[in-house]
Design a protein around this ligand. Structure first.
Ligand SMILES: NC(=O)c1ccc[n+]([C@@H]2O[C@H](COP(=O)([O-])OP(=O)(O)OC[C@H]3O[C@@H](n4cnc5c(N)ncnc54)[C@H](OP(=O)(O)O)[C@@H]3O)[C@@H](O)[C@H]2O)c1
Length: 313
């Protein structure tokens, strides 16, 4: 292993598993270039990787990891692989099938953390139709309102069978997290939600923390957030970049950030947030940016029975 590799802290999940407290988002990291980005990330010290069946890049992630295992840079147990069950696989009899497809794509024999991508379910119209249409006018989406608790019970069986080490959810609101904690046999270890200074999720975070459910924060760098003058001003004070200030802020909120980048310089920059601390006044300035506005809303699904974003948190 490279001598100057970064070591990043881990967080203990409610089932005792250690999860690296910083990850690489991989949405839109694809093809041969994508494989190289992930290999670079492994060399830099990234050990937590976030993909999804929907992203169509599980095979690139698996290829990079398997290459680094073959070259003895890492062992399988050194990396924490997160992928997600897509909305078209919520029918209980399809959950195992969805997971098996992800495992095949990844070329791995277990998944570290398997998330239900959304509490909303769509009809299955084939593996290559993630956004099925419905009705005579081909309206998006063909929502079938399967109860996410029924899907969850099948995900629990994946843990029993050993092909998944931990299970969690994504884009669940407080009531939905609470229901799984009360009615499920296995508690979700995490809720992966959008989290940045614009939507800092403090209330959902406190609610989940009370239940020992950790927040993973996606889209931390948000749209145009990096160029906001409030953040640039703080960045100058610490001689850090705007991205580092945002990612450190999430870390100090107890959130595990998973920023995506395809640039090697930014891969190094983003993960290098563990050797400084934000002063209270700067955290307050970042808190003041919170409007709760989302960039990810799940299009054309607002009328679904289990649509998560109609509640305040
Ligand atoms: N569960 C869910 O529903 C869900 C939804 C959305 C995302 N996610 C996950 O979360 C990950 C992260 O979210 P995201 O990809 O939406 O957004 P993000 O990580 O907040 O932002 C990515 C954007 O920021 C740029 N960037 C990264 N580092 C930078 C830096 N140091 N300086 C300037 N620009 C920088 C990237 O460009 P370059 O690549 O050109 O550097 C890219 O345009 C995803 O990749 C995915 O794994 C999950």
């Amino acid at each position: 292993m490279a001598a100057n590799i970064l070591t990043i802290p881990t967080t203990t999940l409610n089932n005792g598993v250690q999860m690296p407290a910083f990850g690489l988002g991989t949405f839109n990291i694809k093809g041969g270039e994508g494989v190289d980005v992930i290999k670079d990330a492994i060399d830099i010290g990234y050990r937590h990787f976030d993909t999804a069946f929907l992203y169509n890049n599980e095979s690139e992630l698996g290829e990079a990891i398997n290459d680094k295992i073959a070259n003895k840079v890492i062992k399988r147990e050194d990396v924490f692989v997160v992928t997600k069950l897509w909305n078209t696989y919520h029918e209980p009899e399809r959950v195992r099938e969805g997971c098996d497809k992800s495992l095949t794509n990844l070329g791995l024999d277990y998944i570290d953390l398997y998330l239900m991508h959304f509490p909303v379910s769509f009809e299955y119209h084939g593996d290559d139709i993630p956004w099925p249409k419905s009705g005579p006018n081909n309206e998006p989406n063909a929502i079938n309102d399967i109860d996410y608790l029924d899907t969850w019970k099948e995900m629990e069986k994946l843990v029993d069978s050993g092909i998944v080490k931990s299970i969690g959810v994504s884009n669940f609101n407080s009531e939905q997290v609470d229901r799984l904690c009360k009615e499920g046999r296995i508690k979700p270890v995490v809720n992966q939600v959008e989290c940045s200074p614009i939507i800092n999720q403090k209330r959902l975070n406190a609610f989940c923390t009370e239940r020992d459910v950790l927040i993973i924060g996606y889209s931390p760098l948000g749209k145009k957030l990096i160029s906001r003058p409030e953040i640039e001003e703080i960045a100058k004070k610490y001689d850090k970049t705007a991205a580092q200030i945002i990612l450190r802020y999430l870390h100090e909120l107890g959130v595990t950030p998973i920023p995506k980048t395809t640039h090697k310089k930014r891969l190094k920059e983003n993960i290098d947030i563990f050797h400084f601390q934000l002063a209270q006044e700067d955290k307050e300035a970042l808190d003041a940016m919170n409007t709760g506005e989302r960039t990810v809303r799940l299009p054309n699904s607002i009328h679904a029975k289990h649509y998560p974003f109609n509640l305040e948190f």
